[in-house]
Design a protein around this ligand. Structure first.
Ligand code: GLV
Ligand code: MN
Ligand code: MN
Length: 400
């Protein structure tokens, strides 16, 4: 096993939390390119340099700690959701830092990374998607967040640090450790999950436009209320998905914007997010057909105009069999009988990286299955177990 230092690892994990620490408990607010995010990335670059790695920032703000020669890459992301916890992404980033340090001591080249905007202020996994060649820099630059700020303007905030993109060919593979963000390991009292595959995702914005009017004088039957359009659409897809989905399928509207947003105005416009996830590509496509049909029918029935943004589409990705086997052997050695194989319902940078090299992921339990919330947490003993499993597997993989 690589000679990792659990105390140093936990101290760094807590230090990373201090950038943007907010809300109750161990909450963090550190969205991509915010002041705390940039400060955390500067700190991380200093830690990589202190570990004897070459610290490097790429044009989209991902921070790299590069070992010499061909190396195993370990990492995740250090940006958070608008309200997030201290571990989503941060755990994998600090595992990467600690493994890179331990690799130096052991003579095994390990590089580390914190990808930018995994949480999708501007899309989803923006930094790793651009680096991986799925989205061009020009396409990414045109993306906007919910306030209209462009990715181009946001990344300009780190321009003083930025160099070129890193060549994926210098890495032999990628390992990412992450909190589960769901309830299964915690409920079962298990210590680790070896990921079999990462879910596929589709994500877009839908806009219904109707007629803005006075809320006191416009009779109900004459309204073209964009919000009521959204409600009718939601009812239609909920009814029609019933024949298509499985208990693992999920769909979410997490953001709704009503224009102009007054108690006394019938909303003339409703823009809302629509995201759906499943492990099966065909099912994702059948759901898309239902969604598009429901949008058109709703607009027709209610006299509204409908518009959809470009759809983000990431297909389900299986993990590499050899890397997975290394994680399974390590999990059995470190936590005998207390680990399982499981799919990931959350999205991860590993999806983008998988196009270029073998990848695998390890999960540790999330207390009460909570994530993307201030209450997100994991017992420190479980965090250290995750690090230890990763240190075993990385040694096996880096030995070749
Ligand atoms: C990543 O955080 C996701 O939305 O799954
Ligand atoms: Mn994450
Ligand atoms: Mn997340």
């Amino acid at each position: 096993m690589l000679p990792v230092n659990p105390d140093r690892f936990l101290a760094d994990l807590h230090h990373l939390r201090s950038f943007g620490a907010s809300g109750v408990g161990k909450g963090v607010v550190r969205q991509a390119f915010s002041d705390p995010d940039i400060a955390a990335r500067r700190w991380l670059a200093d830690q990589y340099a202190a570990a004897g790695l070459t610290a490097h920032v790429d044009p989209v703000g991902s921070v790299w700690g590069l070992a010499e020669g061909r190396s195993l890459l370990v990492g995740s992301h250090s940006d958070t959701q608008p309200e997030g916890g201290w571990l989503d992404g941060a755990l994998g980033v600090i595992c990467g830092l600690e493994l890179a340090r331990a690799g130096k001591e052991a003579g095994r080249p390990i590089s580390a990374v914190s990808f930018q905007d995994e949480e999708g202020r501007f899309g989803v996994t923006t930094g790793s998607r651009v680096w991986g060649g799925f989205t061009s820099l020009a396409e990414a630059d045109a993306l906007t967040d919910t306030t209209g700020t462009t990715f181009a303007a946001a990344r300009a905030r780190m321009a003083d640090m930025a160099g070129d993109f890193v060549d994926p060919a210098r890495f032999m593979g990628f390992l990412e450790c992450h909190i589960e963000q769901g309830p299964w390991l915690d409920k079962a009292g298990e210590a680790a999950g070896v990921v079999t595959s990462i879910v596929g995702i589709r994500d877009m914005r839908i806009t219904f436009s109707g007629e803005q009017n006075h809320a006191g004088t416009t009779p109900m039957h004459l309204r073209k209320d964009a919000y009521r359009g959204m409600l009718a659409y939601q009812q239609k897809i909920t009814d029609r998905f019933r024949n298509v989905v499985t208990p693992e399928t999920v769909w979410t509207t997490g953001h709704v914007d009503l224009y102009p947003g007054s108690h006394s105005i019938v909303p003339g416009r409703c823009t809302f997010s629509m995201q759906w996830r499943d492990g099966d590509r065909d099912r994702l496509e059948r759901m898309e057909a239902i969604i598009r049909e429901a949008i058109a029918e709703t607009a027709d029935e209610q006299g509204l105009m409908a518009d959809t943004s470009a759809m983000l589409a990431l297909d389900p990705v299986p993990m590499d069999a050899g890397f997975r086997a290394a994680l399974e052997t390590a999990a059995e050695a470190v936590a005998p009988g207390r680990w399982r194989r499981m799919p990931s319902g959350a999205l991860h940078d590993a999806t983008s990286v998988a196009a270029h090299m073998p990848v695998a992921m390890l999960f540790v339990p999330s207390i009460n299955g909570i994530s993307h919330a201030f209450e997100e947490d994991t017992a420190e003993a479980d965090l250290v177990t995750g690090l230890t499993v990763l240190a075993h597997a990385a040694e096996t993989i880096a030995r070749g």
